[in-house]
Design a protein around this ligand. Structure first.
Ligand SMILES: [Zn+2]
Length: 461
């Protein structure tokens, strides 16, 4: 998708990853390989991110992954890439010999750049079973992949994109060779709906909505919905998304979220995935307004609101005065994003603010960012920035008791509450473009009305 997701996208990626980690936890606890009796648990360094899964792609689809077919009895380790992990890290943590790891990676490089590894992506490792370690009785489970007894690395397999498979396989001579296969994928529209009892997350999961689709929905609605306060039991959701099927009709991934709807306390919010003539894809409401706001209310990921806007006793100065911004507590070095497109007005030392950045977004709106530990590369007065671009890093410079971002929204030279100010919306479709949107919208509405809701499949994830 060509949408510029910005920090919300990052937020959702993090959410998706944590959601996936949860699902892996439950998978792992049912695995026969989980903590086999003869394997000390500490041989699998980070147990929550590792799971032994049955290969999801049936054998007839594995043209390139001969390594997997060669050794049906070999042990398999599926590793979820964690933030900051390199392929080398993953192989080393999984108990692969350094020589093997280097050879396997260097062969993969012919078809894939290992630096492209994304957080949350799956890497499948195949280890050769050593028959001398398996008792003849067969009552003991085979050694866990990744444990010292698992044997040598036979292969690596990963899917950088839907339908694209990269595999490195060890040949009998012990050297690795890599191959890439591309499957042709066809989108199939799927409609899901449900009633929210506790959270959208639980309701969507119960309805069999894939987590990637759910994360995309959350991202799209995040500009308008306060997930903590706006959701009530009895609220409803609906989503129309694409499942991507390969040549054999096997569903291998999901595509676009075509339409998403929330009915919150009787109020309907409907979003349409739409690409304008200039090639920019975004979500639009029924009125043809992009859901993306011109400014982010929270220009930082995963931070905790530590001080709100208004009168407060200053933690250092001791006396009561107006706090003309909001504070987000976050570890030093956490990236800070430009809240919107604009030009850096100033980036430098600014009294009690410490390292401070002010961005001019338009004649009406400016934003300010205080206490930064440092500025991002290339950020200085006059630099043009886009929404979601990293401009600096959290610190405690100036009058600050601990690392946090002091964030200000300045409207017509007056500091206003970033969390409650009515922010300008993004794009609004007009004229011919709006007419075209209405045609596309009508098509989607018809599709939503005619498609049956996909029945819940208990073990869909
Ligand atoms: Zn502050």
């Amino acid at each position: 998708m060509k949408t510029n997701v910005g920090p919300l996208g990052l937020f959702c990626t993090a959410l998706l990853v944590s959601a996936l980690t949860l699902s892996i936890r439950s998978t792992a606890s049912f695995s026969q390989y989980d903590s086999p009796p003869n394997t000390p648990s500490n041989t699998i360094p980070v147990v929550t991110t590792y799971a032994h899964e049955a290969d999801e792609v049936p054998a007839r689809h594995q043209a390139a992954s001969a390594a997997v077919q060669d050794a049906a009895d070999a042990s398999r380790l599926v590793v979820r890439v964690k933030k900051g992990d390199t392929l080398m890290d993953i192989l080393m943590k999984s108990g692969v010999a350094a020589d093997d790891a280097e050879q396997a990676i260097s062969s993969l490089r012919e078809v894939y750049n290992p630096r492209r590894l994304r957080t949350g992506q799956k890497v499948t490792l195949l280890f050769g079973a050593d028959s001398s370690l398996t008792p003849a009785s067969g009552y003991e489970p085979p050694p866990a992949a990744g444990s010292e007894d698992a044997g040598a690395l036979l292969g690596i397999k990963l899917h950088p994109d839907a339908g694209r498979e990269i595999a490195a396989k060890r040949d009998p001579a012990g050297t690795f060779s890599a191959a890439e296969t591309q499957k042709h994928l066809t989108p199939v529209d799927v409609r899901s709906a449900g009633v929210i009892r506790t959270s959208l997350f639980d309701a969507a999961k119960a309805a069999g909505v894939p987590q990637k689709v759910l994360a995309e929905m959350i991202h799209a609605f995040s500009y308008d919905v306060d997930w903590q306060r706006d959701i009530q039991p009895g609220d409803r959701f609906e989503v129309l998304y694409e499942k991507l099927a390969d040549e054999d009709g096997e569903s291998v991934d999901t595509g676009n979220v075509v339409y998403a709807e929330l009915v919150l306390s009787g109020q309907r919010l409907a979003l349409y995935h739409y690409t304008t003539k200039d090639g920019i894809t975004d979500y639009y409401n029924q009125k043809g307004e992009s859901v993306r706001k011109a400014l982010l209310r929270t220009p930082i990921d995963g931070a905790r609101l530590s001080s709100s806007f208004g009168k407060r006793k200053h933690p250092i100065l001791g006396y009561t005065r107006m706090h003309k911004g909001v504070d987000f507590a976050a570890p030093k070095g956490t990236p800070i994003y430009a809240a919107g497109n604009g030009v850096i007005l100033s980036a430098g030392r600014h009294g009690g603010y410490g390292n401070y950045i002010e961005i001019r977004h338009n004649p009406e709106f400016h934003t300010g960012y205080g206490h930064l530990s440092r500025f991002a590369k290339g950020i200085h007065a006059g630099t043009r920035v886009t929404q979601g671009e990293v401009i600096g890093y959290v610190g405690a410079t100036g009058l600050a008791t601990g690392p946090h971002l002091h964030y200000e929204v300045i409207r017509d030279n007056k500091k206003v509450n970033p969390l409650s100010v009515n922010l300008p919306t993004g794009r609004k479709l007009r004229g011919k473009e709006f007419d075209e949107f209405l045609v596309a919208k009508a098509k989607v509405d018809t599709m939503v009305a005619s498609l049956p809701v996909e029945p819940k499949i208990a073990s869909s994830e």
